[in-house]
Design a protein around this ligand. Structure first.
Ligand code: SF4
Length: 367
């Protein structure tokens, strides 16, 4: 059973013979299927509907994708990027967070599963074997939640087995779900990191619809850790709200009541940020959202963020609370400037290359 609703499957005729399509149709014979010749017309139809994003989340489109699906993380200008690579195996997500940038980013609102799986594996294989860098971090959580469509097709299972054989790449699966049971038995060789995005429970209930609760996420992380997977956590986006200090402190305590900090590979911190066009979309879709209540101003890259002083205060306090429970935790900032790194940690990576080297050392030390 899938933990969310799929009303209909749209099957691109070009994907009909692919094994992913066959497998999905066999597993869900009760979901109506419509064959599609003209993919643009389908997308146009959805874009013209009321709440295309919300409607798209209930409809699955299976289609091949012929472009590049492995790309450097877009990062943001003037900020230190961690040198991450994103694998786009699926797009869109059945969960529904008020702050999700995909709402204003995707020009195809349907939940989309790309059927030419072999092409994707070939692309990753060629990338890893030809890349001069001795260590690369790759992840699927950019255009969706990494585990979002696993109940429909076990993409992560295939990726974990694939990365288990690689020597210069590590896969990160970032999620707010708990769909891990089918992955626990795999021989992962420590080459996959499971990571959860964490927020205070009040924020989860108000801003992260259809996601797992904090307790469920921590429990899933514990199960993965017990099976030898490295686990990581992302306090991102951190939202400045009334009572934020208490909320984040309690979240940290709940986490480390269950997880030994020495078994955590990394923790990231990132303040809420958004491109200008997101606000109108999110306010229309989530009239009760409180994410825009803080004072947010446009930065050099055009994205709105909290004032630098506020971000620094939030990160400094988080680092202090985290270090209280785990003095050796590896903590980094996502998409922040050198100045902010220096204020928070007293040092800053020289550039992305330097930060990636630090990650490399961290992984070697951890594994
Ligand atoms: S879980 Fe991630 S991808 Fe899914 S709606 Fe929330 S922010 Fe977007």
């Amino acid at each position: 059973m899938i933990p969310f609703q799929i009303e209909k499957i749209y099957l691109d005729e070009k994907a009909e013979k692919d094994s992913i399509s066959q497998s999905v149709l066999k597993s869900f014979p009760h979901i109506p299927v419509e064959k599609i010749q003209d993919k643009r017309a389908l997308i146009k139809k959805f874009l013209s509907m009321h709440d295309p994003i919300g409607t798209g989340k209930k409809n699955l489109f299976i289609t091949p994708f012929y472009g590049r699906r492995l790309k450097p993380c877009p990062g943001t200008s003037g900020h230190i990027c961690c040198g991450y690579y994103v694998i786009n195996a699926i797009t869109n997500c059945p969960m529904d967070c008020s702050y999700c940038v995909l709402q204003g980013y995707l020009n195809n609102p349907l939940l989309t599963l790309y059927s030419n799986w072999d092409d994707l594996l070939w692309e990753i294989e060629s990338f890893l074997s030809s890349h001069p860098q001795p260590f690369l971090r790759l992840g699927t959580g950019e255009l969706s939640d990494s585990l979002a469509l696993d109940p429909i097709f076990p993409l992560s299972q295939l990726l974990i087995s694939f990365f288990a054989e690689k020597n210069n790449g590590i896969l990160e699966l970032k999620t707010k779900s708990v769909e891990v049971n089918h992955l626990l038995h795999l021989n992962h060789r420590g080459k996959t990191v499971f990571s959860w995005s964490l927020s205070p429970m009040k924020m989860i209930e108000r801003e992260e619809m259809r996601t797992a609760s904090l307790e469920e996420r921590i429990d899933a992380a514990k199960r993965c850790k017990d099976k030898g997977y490295p686990v990581g956590f992302h306090f991102d986006p951190m939202i400045y709200h009334e009572g934020w200090e208490k909320g984040y402190q309690e979240t940290i305590l709940s986490l480390f009541n269950c997880i030994d900090p020495n078994r955590v590979i990394w923790i990231s911190l990132g303040g809420f940020r958004y491109p200008p066009h997101l606000k109108a979309i999110a306010k229309e879709r989530f009239p009760n959202t409180e994410i825009f209540l803080g004072e947010l101003f446009p930065g050099r890259d055009g994205k709105f963020r909290y004032l630098r002083e506020i971000r620094v205060e939030m990160y400094q306090k988080m680092v202090e609370w985290l270090r209280d429970v785990g003095p050796d935790l590896f903590i980094y900032l996502c998409m922040e400037s050198k100045e902010v790194w220096e204020k928070v940690f007293g040092w800053a990576p020289e550039n992305s290359h330097h930060l990636n080297h630090i990650f490399e050392e961290r992984v070697r030390e951890f594994l």
